[in-house]
Design a binder for this molecule. Structure first.
Ligand SMILES: Nc1ncnc2c1ncn2[C@@H]1O[C@H](COP(=O)(O)OP(=O)(O)OP(=O)(O)O)[C@@H](O)[C@H]1O
Ligand SMILES: O=c1[nH]c(=O)c2[nH+]cn([C@@H]3O[C@H](COP(=O)(O)O)[C@@H](O)[C@H]3O)c2[nH]1
Ligand SMILES: NC(=O)CC[C@H](N)C(=O)O
Ligand SMILES: [Mg+2]
Length: 516
């Protein structure tokens, strides 16, 4: 499904670690944008060319043998172009080969930008301000077609403008928060130079998406697996708004949900969100398959495959289902289309993602161009209650990957109780919204304790709470010690089988949020 609105910005990726940030900054201006690899076939945009192009930074040096180059066809669109770091260097190199060279001093970190011309790109930027630099090459010689509009002590070419065409370049990174006026610079480019208005909002997104879903689905039926998470819920709500009861949602009890989760979430779906949802208790099947499985990846694969089976059975006798609605997000898409290729598999997160091939259903992925926080905003605009939107993420494989050994009912019961104490205490103490995610893990470690003069030899619960923006990196949450003491005390006293509680103080990376 294509959600690209009439007005948009194309970001060509040269491999920078900040490319996603450029997209986020542009989206924050309520302007739609897409990231594509630098060598994307531009003919795919012929119907609706972008209103501006941003060239990202990148790890290569323009003098490298196979350095990625600009597809000159972008200039045929006659729209403004902004090169950032490598993007600027490649513009300069294409004017005068050899004009970019290794700098004596690498520049990494904060630098003082001095504005020489504040008429367009640098409008409203103070004469001196802090920018973020991250480069080893610099521009030694600038073609006479370009004019310097800002410099730093170390880089005499920090920002440039073409004499005749709307082509600009910056050596620093306006997309990074450390560039104090970076947002203003991007705003100048997008609003003033590309003449775009901030009209891409959650509301306009919802309207156009509903229209597209209606057109695509016609009289057919759609199935959607709900996980209790934000993404699938927003997707189901959008599809429901579009086609009403042609949608059937399924919420599966896979036996590794949290305490009361199955009933609580079903109730919310029915009573508050009014979604047509069928609850399927498949816990026996899942737990049977999980018996004796210790390896984390095997747990994920087993659960993913069992999901497919349960879905398959649910619609086996009804061939009116033609579509599967899924909550694929933009970061997944970016990763799979990046010219660097998908990164190494740390964990196979998208374990249920393989449904359609096996089920012969076409996909509906209405939020595949959105970031998580944008999905949340769409959810709010759709009227999904705030307490639901702010629910912590919960992994598809559930508690199975929080039991650091094989999974069985007794262990699940222990973990459920401990998790419930931790989460409900976080809520009670107004700490739930302060952390991005919190969880308990059951460690297969037995240790000695003493309770009521008796020796105990029982299992350990690990508590983990993290702060994060997107889950890609995270810090352990510095929860108040009296709070941790209280939770630990309650777990040891109330949960049979636990005599020790530890708190995880590792950040991501190098650790991950989940233990498996
Ligand atoms: N218990 C479940 N019952 C039915 N479908 C499920 C269940 N758990 C996951 N799914 C389906 O599998 C998809 C992937 O689940 P997963 O939790 O891995 O994704 P996610 O990106 O975290 O999305 P969400 O925010 O919706 O949880 C979900 O979007 C949902 O469609
Ligand atoms: O749907 C999911 N299926 C999975 O297999 C899975 N593994 C981890 N997670 C969630 O992803 C986020 C990052 O987790 P990690 O730091 O552990 O990789 C955290 O929010 C994790 O809870 C999963 N979600
Ligand atoms: N951040 C970048 O785009 C770096 C560009 C180039 N690799 C340099 O070191 O100068
Ligand atoms: Mg989920």
């Amino acid at each position: 499904m294509q959600h690209r609105p009439q007005n948009w910005i194309l970001i060509l990726d040269f491999g920078s670690q900040y490319t996603q940030l450029i997209a986020r900054r542009v989206r924050e201006l309520n302007v739609y944008c897409e990231i594509h690899p630098f060598n994307k076939d531009l003919a795919t945009f012929a119907d609706n060319p972008p209103n501006g192009v941003i060239l990202s930074g990148g790890p290569s040096s323009v003098n490298d043998e196979n350095a990625p180059n600009i597809n000159e066809d972008i200039f045929n669109w006659d729209v403004p172009v902004l090169g950032i770091c490598y993007g600027l260097q490649i513009l300069a190199h294409n004017e005068i080969s050899g004009s970019v060279e290794k700098a004596d001093r690498r520049e990494f970190g904060r630098s003082e930008l001095i504005v020489d011309d504040n008429t367009d790109l640098l409008k409203e930027i103070p004469e001196e301000s802090v920018v973020w630099m991250s480069h080893g090459d610099h521009i030694k010689e600038l073609s006479s077609n370009y004019e310097v509009i800002a410099h730093t002590d170390n880089a005499h070419v920090a920002a440039v403008r073409h004499d005749e065409k709307p082509i600009y370049g910056v050596q620093f990174h306006p997309e990074v928060v450390h560039t104090v006026y970076g947002g203003q610079i991007l705003q100048n480019f997008v609003y003033s130079i590309c003449h775009l208005k901030g009209s891409w909002t959650a509301k306009s997104f919802i309207e156009s998406t509903i229209e597209e879903i209606r057109e695509k689905v016609g009289d057919d039926r759609v199935i959607c697996g709900l996980s209790g998470g934000v993404d699938s819920t927003v997707v189901a709500t959008l599809v429901h708004e579009a086609i009403g009861d042609q949608l059937q949602c399924i919420f599966v009890d896979n036996g590794v949900l949290r305490k009361n989760e199955f009933q609580d979430v079903l109730d919310i779906y029915e009573d508050q969100l009014h979604l047509p949802v069928k609850g399927i208790d498949a816990s026996d099947k899942f737990l049977e398959r999980l018996k004796g499985v210790v390896d984390p990846e095997m747990k994920r694969i087993t659960i993913g495959e069992t999901f497919i089976e349960v879905f398959d059975e649910a619609i086996a006798h009804d061939d009116s289902y033609k579509y599967l609605a899924q909550g694929t997000l933009y970061p997944d898409v970016i990763e799979s289309i990046s010219f660097k290729g998908p990164s190494a598999t740390i964990k196979s997160h998208h374990n249920v993602g393989g449904l359609p091939e096996e089920m012969n259903l076409d996909l509906i992925e209405p939020v595949r161009e959105l970031f998580k926080d944008e999905v949340r905003n769409v959810g709010r605009e759709l009227g999904i209650p705030e307490h639901f939107i702010k629910r912590h993420p919960f992994p598809g494989p559930g508690l199975a990957i929080r039991i650091i050994s094989d999974v069985d009912r007794p262990k699940l019961d222990i973990l459920r109780e401990a998790d419930d104490i931790f989460i409900s205490e976080l809520r009670k103490n107004d700490l739930y919204d302060e952390v991005w995610q919190a969880l308990a893990v059951l460690l297969p470690v037995q240790s000695v304790g003493v309770m009521g003069d008796e020796r105990t030899y029982e299992f350990t619960i690990g508590l983990r709470a993290v702060t994060s923006v997107d889950g890609m990196t995270a810090d352990w949450a510095h929860l108040p010690h009296p709070f941790l003491a209280h939770v630990s005390n309650r777990i040891i006293n109330e949960v049979r089988g636990i005599n020790r509680v530890v708190y995880d103080i590792s950040s991501k990376p190098p650790s991950t949020i989940e233990w498996e």
